[in-house]
Design a protein around this ligand. Sequence first.
Ligand code: NAP
Ligand code: ZN
Length: 346
Amino acid sequence: MTTVAAYAAPAAKAPLERTTIERRPVGEFDVLIDIKFTGICHSDIHQAREGWGEAIFPMVPGHEIAGVVCEVGPGVTRYAVGDRVGVGCMVDSCQECDNCRAGLEQYCDQRPVWTYNAVGKDGEPTYGGYAQQIVVDEKFVVRVPDGLALDVAAPLLCAGITTYSPLKHWDIGPGKKVAVVGFGGLGHMGVKIAHALGAEVTVLSQSLRKKDDGLKLGADHYYATSDPATFEQLKGGFDLILNTVSAPLDFPAFLSLLRTGGAMVNVGLPEEPVQVPLAALFGNRRNLTSSNIGGIAETQEMLDFCAEHGLGAEIELIGAAEINEAYERVVASDVRYRFVIDIATI
Ligand code: NAP
Ligand code: ZN
């Protein structure tokens, strides 16, 4: 076992504080990673505050992990000491079900082992990336390509793959019109990736406060959803709406913006249940669907795509002591556009 420093929430809604945790010994197929940077995802906050239901405490959040391999088990073939690597939301899965075999480990029949707030196959709780090191089976480790700095790569491990996967699934490319709802951590990556895929991209944000950034990062258009005229003007205009909002929306209003057969993909996961009248779908055979992160092979594909197109996250680098303040700013939609913890400060 290795003892490492970490930041943990001792109980639901309690502020995070410095502590130490034990990492398991490096097993045959394990990689030990010196974590350099970890992004703060809104999912960290939902879970640390038990907004999604009962959670496991103490909780070390963090599933946007970028670092350097510092030790490998004897059976490891894909990575060597010194490699730049990433770990996202999962650290294990059954590896046997149809979904795992199809590279859809995130939909594993047994449920994947999440990077934190879960119990591993060894019966021990998992702890995430707000920590100096992590031990992960090499199958759940991806390579950060040369040309992507580790700090701006870290958020790609969740925000990047969560937006890339549905855009690919729904065949987004030239000739397609995509709306990204919410211009935060996921939203800004959704804009960059949809633009790089060749789509015409519109941001639907609560206000025009971040319009200049949106246009600079790849949006063709930027509208405020607080203005009812937006919904009149954009009616029936989109092939795909990627909803990254962490709170419930007026779903019928957004669905009215879809073309016939268009899809609204929800990646934002509000804490409250949402009710949508089916009549909001019937008019134009609309799809209301969802997407959860992405598989391991697809995460590697996304990182390679981002490196090829020069896409990293826009980040605010913070020290570990600023995590609680950063949480408040994320909740207030005051982030441009991902907080990343410099793990050297833990
Ligand atoms: P974030 O950085 O806080 O971005 C969310 C954005 O939604 C905000 O920046 C804001 O954008 C908008 N927003 C917030 N509150 C709103 C409200 N009450 N009404 C309308 N718009 C509002 O969060 P994130 O890290 O991108 O995560 C977004 C959501 O996705 C969270 O629920 C998170 O748990 C979930 N998530 C899901 C997956 C998955 O695999 N499906 C993966 C990661 C995260 P504007 O200021 O532009 O309006
Ligand atoms: Zn996340």
